[in-house]
Design a binder for this molecule. Structure first.
Ligand SMILES: [Zn+2]
Length: 560
C-alpha cells in the first residue's frame, strides 16, 4: 500500500449548505465536522450550471464542465436528437469523459467508491464501487466487482416510497413526501445501512482513494427544510425539528468514525454537489417578457372567440392575481373562462416564427434560443438581450432580478455541447422563471402557492484537511466543483490530465508543501482499463425502472 500521506478520503454530503452546517458547527452540535474545518481549509464550493445533482457530481468526477462530460441535467439536454435513442434520462453511459477513478486506475492506485450519483451501470474500477442515485430499484448488479452486490444484503440505495406510484401532475406528490417522523425515520435507517457498509469496507479493503456520498442533507433539505433549526428556529413541529437535528448529529458521528478509520495521515475532503435554500416566493414571466419585447410569437388561435388571456387583459386581471380574485368572487371558479385559463397552460409559443424563445433549464436558470439569420444580426440580438434582460426589475424592490446573462457557449463548450442555447440567464434564487405566455399584472410577480420542496443553490460547501494544508480562518474563494478532482490527484502525488477544466487549489497548501510538490500535468489517458470506451458490467434498464426513476425525479421537483 502507498504512503498514507498520499491517500485521500472524500466524504460527499449531497446538497449540504453552510446555512445549516455553520451554526451547528459553531454551537457544538456537529463536533466532528467542526474539527475538520478548524484544522484545515474550507469555503463555498460553486456548483455547475444548473446546480443539479447529475451534472454536479459528473463535473466533480471528471474535473470538467458539462460541455465536455455531456451530463447537463437528469434528462438529456442540449444533445442532437438521435434516432431510436433509448432513455430520456442520463446514466453512467452518458458520460463522455473518464472519471478520477480512471486516472487512478492508470496509476495503479486502488479506489473504494460508495453511492456516488450517476455510477450506474457499474463499470470496472481498480478496486470496488457501489453505484448511487439513478440505480434502478430492481438492479441485481449494482457493484463492481459484481459479486459484491450479493454480499450487500442489507444495503439500500434510495427509499422505496416513490416506487410504483402513478405519475402525478403537480410539482410534487404530497402524499409520499409530507414531512412526517416516519418519513424521516426511513432516511435515518438508510443512513445507518450506508454507514455500516462504508465503515466495514473502509477497514476491510485496500484503498488509496475512498469516497462515500451521503444523500441525507439533500433529501432532508428538500422535504424537511422548515424543520432545520438553523434556518427556521420557529418550528411548528418540534418533534420533526429535533429529528432533523438528530439526523445531522448521527451523520456527524459517522463522519468522525470514517475519518478515524481512514488513519491519521490521510487527507480528508468534505464536499457537497450544490447547496440548498427556500422555495422562491416570486416569478419572472420570461416568455411573456420576450413577447412584449417583440422577440417571441404566440401560435395563432383557431377560433375568433376571445381567449381567456384576452378577456383577462380586458379586465386587467393578471393570471398571477386570478387566485386572489377567485377568493373574493365566489362562483367564479365555475366560470368557463376561468376554468379554461387554469387548465389551458397559456398560449403556446411558435418557436419557428419567434426570433427568440426561452427554454427551461432550472427554476432560476433559463436558456434563450435565437432564430436570427446572419452573424452580425445574431451578435446584435445577443447584445440587445443581454442588456435588456439585466434591466428587468422587481416592482416591489426596484432591484434587478437577473444576476447573470452570458452566451451559452461561454460556459458550455466541448464535444458534448451540441444544442446549447444562445444565451443563459440566471436569476436571483428568490425568483423562478415561468415559461407560459399570458397576461400578468407585471413581468415579476409573487407566486400564488409558495409550497413544495426546497430548491438547490449554486453555493455548496467544501473542507480540506491534510498534512500540507495549514489552518485557515478565512474561507477560500472561487472554488468550483471541477477543481476537486485535480486537487485530489495532486494530494496523491499524481499529475493532472491536461484536459481537465478544474485547477489545483494551490492556495490551500503551505508554501513549503507547494515548493516540495510542484504542479504536474499529463496527457489524458482515457477510460480505465480500456482507453477507448468504458466497459459496463450491466446495462439493463427496464421500462418499469425508467418509470420509477421518473417518479423519483418528479418528487424531487426536477420534472414538471
Ligand atoms: Zn445533489
Amino acid at each position: 500500500m502507498n504512503d498514507s500521506q498520499n491517500r485521500v478520503l472524500i466524504i460527499g454530503l449531497d446538497g449540504a449548505t453552510w446555512d445549516v452546517l455553520d451554526p451547528w458547527m459553531r454551537d457544538g452540535t456537529l463536533p466532528h465536522l467542526a474539527r475538520l474545518r478548524d484544522k484545515g481549509s474550507w469555503g463555498v464550493l460553486r456548483s455547475t450550471i444548473p446546480p443539479v445533482t447529475a451534472p454536479a457530481w459528473s463535473s466533480f468526477m471528471t474535473g470538467k464542465k458539462p460541455g465536455k462530460h455531456g451530463v447537463f441535467h437528469f434528462i438529456r439536454l442540449f444533445e442532437e436528437e438521435k434516432a431510436g435513442t433509448a432513455s430520456q434520462f442520463v446514466s453512467a453511459e452518458t458520460l463522455r469523459s473518464p472519471a478520477i477513478w480512471d486516472v487512478l486506475g492508470h496509476h495503479d492506485r486502488m479506489v473504494g467508491l460508495i453511492n456516488i450519483p450517476l455510477t450506474y451501470p457499474p463499470r470496472p474500477v481498480n478496486g470496488f464501487m457501489i453505484s448511487g442515485l439513478l440505480t434502478p430499484k430492481h438492479a441485481k448488479i449494482f457493484t463492481y466487482p459484481p459479486e459484491l452486490s450479493g454480499c450487500l444484503t442489507d444495503y439500500q440505495i434510495d427509499l422505496d416510497r416513490f416506487a410504483g406510484k402513478t405519475p402525478y401532475q403537480d410539482e410534487f406528490d404530497e402524499g409520499s413526501t409530507t414531512p412526517t417522523l416516519e418519513f424521516l425515520g426511513e432516511f435515518r435507517s438508510m443512513l445507518e445501512k450506508r454507514a455500516r457498509a462504508s465503515l466495514d469496507l473502509i477497514g476491510l479493503r485496500p484503498w488509496d482513494f475512498f469516497m462515500v456520498v451521503f444523500t441525507g442533507p439533500d433529501r432532508l433539505g428538500h422535504y424537511f427544510w422548515n424543520y432545520h433549526a438553523p434556518v427556521n428556529p420557529e418550528s411548528d413541529n418540534p418533534e420533526l425539528t429535533d429529528g432533523v437535528r438528530r439526523y445531522y448529529i448521527r451523520l456527524d458521528e459517522i463522519v468522525g468514525e470514517l475519518v478515524e478509520r481512514a488513519g491519521r495521515d490521510t487527507n480528508i475532503l468534505v464536499m457537497s454537489d450544490h447547496g440548498m435554500g427556500p422555495v422562491p416566493p416570486k416569478q419572472i414571466h420570461i416568455a411573456t417578457w420576450l413577447q412584449q419585447q417583440g422577440w417571441l410569437t404566440a401560435r395563432a388561435r383557431r377560433a375568433a372567440v376571445p381567449g381567456p388571456d384576452i378577456i383577462l387583459a380586458r379586465l386587467r386581471i393578471g393570471r398571477d392575481r386570478l387566485g386572489r380574485v377567485m377568493k373574493w368572487v365566489p362562483g367564479l371558479l365555475k366560470s368557463r373562462v376561468v376554468r379554461r385559463t387554469i387548465n389551458d397552460r397559456a398560449l403556446a409559443v411558435d418557436e419557428q416564427r419567434s426570433m427568440a424563445y426561452s427554454v427551461p433549464i432550472f427554476f432560476n436558470v433559463t436558456g434563450i434560443r435565437l432564430n436570427v439569420k446572419g452573424e452580425a444580426a445574431r451578435k446584435a440580438a445577443v447584445q440587445n438581450l443581454e442588456r435588456n434582460l439585466s434591466r428587468i426589475s422587481d416592482p416591489d424592490t426596484g432591484k434587478q432580478v437577473i444576476t447573470e446573462v452570458f452566451p451559452g457557449r461561454e460556459y458550455y463548450s466541448g464535444v458534448a455541447a451540441e444544442r446549447v442555447p444562445d444565451l443563459i440567464a440566471i436569476a436571483d434564487p428568490q425568483y423562478c422563471f415561468k415559461h407560459a405566455l399570458g397576461f400578468y399584472s407585471s413581468i415579476v410577480t409573487g407566486r400564488q402557492d409558495v409550497r413544495g420542496p426546497a430548491k438547490h443553490r449554486m453555493e455548496g460547501i467544501f473542507m480540506a484537511r491534510g498534512k500540507g494544508i495549514p489552518v485557515r480562518t478565512e474561507p477560500v474563494r472561487s472554488v468550483h466543483l471541477e477543481d476537486i478532482a485535480p486537487t485530489a490527484l495532486h494530494l496523491m502525488g499524481l499529475p493532472v490530465p491536461s484536459d481537465m477544466d478544474g485547477r489545483i487549489l494551490t492556495e490551500i497548501f503551505s508554501s513549503q508543501y507547494n515548493r516540495s510538490r510542484p504542479v504536474a500535468y499529463e496527457e489524458p489517458r482515457g477510460f480505465w482499463p480500456n482507453p477507448v470506451r468504458p466497459e459496463f458490467s450491466s446495462n439493463a434498464m427496464s421500462a418499469e425502472d425508467e418509470a420509477i426513476i421518473e417518479n423519483q425525479l418528479r418528487s424531487l421537483g426536477y420534472l414538471e
